[in-house]
Design a protein around this ligand. Structure first.
Ligand code: CP
Ligand code: NVA
Length: 316
């Protein structure tokens, strides 16, 4: 059975830690693993636009000895002229893995159900798990051991990034605080899953509408756009609703003295984050963006290894 990565909790805490270890090793020695030697092809499919995900997967697949096949929005039959199941069956005959950015999480679940090769969530409406791996690697590099540290997310607390911070950081044993306005808080099932995971890792979960409460003493402050892809028609009302949750210098001052700032990007200066924060000394956003490359290479290597599909399984 192939291993998939559709949601942050698809990796156990131990697996997540070993993927991050491998990411650090691949960052230090970029071409040291060749699980896609052949070269084998990895499909990287986009139903939504992308810069980082597109570039990091294309580069990462090449680094691993493979060939990326980028399929941009509207370029395939997937999902509109052909069922996800039928596309998955065809992909399985030719590709080593499928990386897919799409809207509904249910599409990814369907793809994985019919796929004989690993399926990776490259962002859905519900989760963005590859991004959290990059954030965790960045925190490891700059803050040290992440377990026991506190991460606070401010803004649209019902979006894919908020959900993945809850699940991915709880998996890492972090204390996760999510703050957003009433009506834009995470779903109860996501919070319950994060609490369950935190219960086994020593982490914890706080969901609140009070940004000041969430920020108090935090080690890392993170945010995301207030208008996710697909929500463009709500831009005006969202900009008003989320304004009290902007990451400004005043907000950063409530966190720990040495708190760092993360943002998955693309960012909007003057909206969810002040320019002096994202362009200031606490900001790690460029390392965070680069780390997409390293963590995704490690993830693909792990998934191919564990699915018995790697071209260069290390000697036992
Ligand atoms: N952070 C992120 O996923 O960026 P892109 O939308 O540019 O891929
Ligand atoms: N929440 C954002 C993340 C972009 C990387 C979106 O879905 O558009």
């Amino acid at each position: 059975m192939p291993r998939h990565f559709l949601v942050d909790t698809d990796l156990t805490p131990e697996e997540q830690a070993s993927v991050l270890d491998l990411a650090a090793a691949l960052k230090a020695d970029r071409f040291s693993r060749r699980p896609l030697a052949g070269p084998q092809t990895v499909g990287v499919l986009f139903d939504k636009t992308s810069t980082r995900t597109r570039v990091s997967f294309a580069t990462g697949v090449s680094d691993l000895g493979g060939t990326p096949l980028i399929i941009n929005p509207g370029e395939s039959q997937l999902g509109h002229k052909e069922t996800v199941a039928d596309s998955a069956r065809v992909f399985s005959r030719m590709l080593a893995a499928v990386v897919w950015r799409t809207y509904a999480q249910s599409g990814l679940v369907e793809m994985a159900r019919y796929s004989d090769v690993p399926v990776v969530n490259a962002l859905s409406d519900d989760y963005h798990p590859c991004q959290i791996l990059a954030d965790l690697l960045t925190l490891r590099e700059h803050v040290g051991e992440v377990s026991g540290r506190t991460l606070v997310y401010l803004g649209d607390a019902a979006n894919n990034m908020a959900n993945s911070y809850l699940l991915g950081c709880a998996t890492a044993g972090m204390h996760v605080r999510i703050a957003g306005p009433e009506g834009y808080l995470p779903r109860a099932d996501v919070v319950a899953a994060a609490r369950e995971r935190a219960g086994s890792t020593g982490g914890s979960v706080l969901v609140t509408t009070d940004a000041r409460e969430a920020l108090a003493g935090a080690d890392a402050v993170v945010t995301d756009t207030w208008v996710s892809m697909g929500q463009e028609s709500e831009k005006a009302e969202r900009t008003e609703i989320f304004r009290p949750y902007a990451v400004t210098s005043e907000a950063m001052a409530l966190a720990a003295d040495d708190a760092v700032f993360l943002h998955c990007l693309p960012a909007h200066r003057g909206l969810e984050v002040a320019a002096e924060v994202i362009d200031g000394p606490a900001s790690l956003v460029w390392d965070e963006a680069e780390n997409r490359l390293h963590v995704q290479k490690a993830l693909l290597t792990f998934l191919l290894d564990s699915s018995g599909l790697s071209a260069d399984l290390p000697a036992a």
